[in-house]
Design a protein around this ligand. Sequence first.
Ligand SMILES: [Zn+2]
Ligand SMILES: [Zn+2]
Length: 303
Amino acid sequence: MPDILFLGTGASLPSRERAPSCVAVRLKRDIALFDCGEGSQRQMMLSPFSFMRVACILITHMHGDHVFGLPGIIQTMSMSGRKEPLTVCGPEGIRDYLDAVLSICEGSICYQLDVVEALPGREIEFKEFSVSVFGTDHVVPSLGYVLRGHDSKGRFDRNKAISLGLSPGPDFSRLKGGETVCGVRPESVIEPPVKGFSVAYSGDTSPCEGLELAAAGADVLIHEATYADSEKEMAAKFKHSTSVQAAEAAKKIGCRHLFITHVSNRYDDRKVLEAEARAVFPNTDLAEDLRLFSATKDGIRSA
Ligand SMILES: [Zn+2]
Ligand SMILES: [Zn+2]
């Protein structure tokens, strides 16, 4: 089950309380970062997560509040002796951006850096999870991501198998391999596979069908809510979402938990947006910097 750590929950500008966009999802030992705003590496240093365990950085779009932390963390990983490859995925422009910054600023990267300019529909496999890419609707080309942990095998009921007359050893191996043994079908002693946990991330977007389709059935949705419900026109103009629109998306995709993030600095009391979203989708939390949540089979718990 994954842990979700909010590293930066601000919108556009950093503030004393909030860094720009960055969310870490940890599955087993591997971490995926959604976006990498300025200061993300330092936020990680203040958290229990190690940035050396980051397997991929998934950038939604080329606005500074989502990418200005990227070259820094890439360079620090190199200076810290990273050996494992790192994948950076993003829209068109991500390669030119990194090539420019990393070539102009002195210092070589001593590990394999795989930069992927992805289109919606792309699937990328990692050791502990897969990532699917979908298109979103912002003022520049923009992507969202669904991270899915791999399905795990169902539990084998050893005692039941023995009570049905089977013996540990070859009988068990054949059952686990899908064979019916002495009239006992595998499904009568092996529980169904457990679906991998999934987390969908919107990046910056107006309400969009692409997200609703790609993220359908995700366990957790992390959705931007730049504006309060009273500022729908502003949200539409700048292609962002309101608190209520984020909650409506959560309802449509049928997730278990919604986090709203990227709330504008204009709101002194961000809890108002949380309340608006909860009125539509009760299982909503407002994301705050350095808050860590753990997924359990009973739901999402603040760690
Ligand atoms: Zn933004
Ligand atoms: Zn943006």
